[in-house]
Design a protein around this ligand. Structure first.
Ligand code: NAD
Length: 259
């Protein structure tokens, strides 16, 4: 049995992770943690597991932890896990360059799965988008449109950025040179080769991503719509079972799913 720690246990994804672990035969909830001062500290995450506020202590005897918290927490959490040789699954998005560096350093000592999206469907979509971009070529303008609930902090979504990267790979382009993440004012005609990403926010939308290929007299759309956060939680728990015991290094959901 893989013993997993869940920081951010009182968050939207934290609750889903605990639910997904409960129905997974291979993974058990070892400890649940929240940030210091959170109202949920001291309450039960599930019978027999009280939410604590000491992440380092929670890691004792654990195999893996699953981080869906906040960008400012991720770097500290992964450094603590590396020091205790506990594997990591990281789903938090909007990560700063500093947090990415902390993950890179930690991956010298522990295996880490990082993914902006843990759903099977989106990971399939990443491959389809790359393939379509390669097949259609630069004559087709590409845009990614994403919609998320009104509480989402980062924009565009980590998944939309991953889709833009996949499209750039399909075209042998450097995303930094061709990305257009917003438009306003007298922006002029669309530049050749541009990869656009637009973010819509509102309501309680769990997550929608559409890739548009806009060509002469035709349009292709590849879309994914998440109906429940449980799909991300199930994927992350699957990643946790997969990553425990792997050699140190950074892995993606593609590795986990064998895509
Ligand atoms: P949320 O705000 O509902 O929950 C985050 C929780 O983390 C909060 O309860 C907060 O108190 C806690 N937290 C913050 N700092 C902490 C720390 N240092 N130690 C312990 N707990 C801490 O947010 P959410 O909707 O659950 O999303 C969390 C993150 O997961 C976001 O970055 C979101 O974009 C991302 N996300 C990723 C995927 C994916 O598939 N990769 C899917 C959904 C959400």
């Amino acid at each position: 049995m893989i013993r997993a720690v869940v920081p951010g246990a009182a968050g939207k994804m934290g609750g889903m992770l605990i639910q997904a672990i409960r129905s997974d035969a291979a993974v058990a909830l070892h400890a649940a943690v929240e940030r210091k001062g959170h109202a949920a500290v001291g309450t039960e995450a599930e019978p027999g597991v009280t939410i604590g506020d000491d992440f380092a202590r929670a890691l004792h005897g654990a195999d893996v932890y699953i981080d869906f918290t906040a960008p400012e927490a991720t770097g500290t959490l992964v450094a603590q896990a590396a020091a205790r040789r506990v594997a990591a699954v990281i789903g938090t998005t909007g990560l700063s360059p500093e947090a990415r560096t902390a993950i890179f350093h930690a991956a010298a000592d522990i295996p880490v799965v990082v993914a902006p999206n843990f759903s099977l469907g989106v990971n399939l979509l990443l491959g389809l988008a790359e393939e379509a971009a390669r097949a259609l070529g630069p004559e087709y303008d590409v845009e990614v449109v994403e919609i998320h609930h009104r509480h989402k902090r980062d924009a565009p979504s980590g998944t939309a950025i991953a889709l833009a990267e996949a499209l750039a790979r399909g075209r042998d382009a450097d995303l930094a040179q061709v990305k257009r993440f917003s438009r306003e004012g007298d922006v002029g005609a669309r530049a050749d080769g541009e990869i656009g990403v637009q973010a819509v926010r509102g309501g309680d939308v769990v997550g929608e991503h559409t890739v548009l290929f806009l060509g002469p007299a035709e349009r292709i759309e590849l879309a994914h719509r998440a109906g429940s956060r449980l799909i991300f939680a199930r994927g992350a728990v699957r990643a946790a079972a997969w990553v425990a015991g792997k050699p140190a290094g950074v892995y993606s959901m593609k590795d986990v799913l064998g895509l």
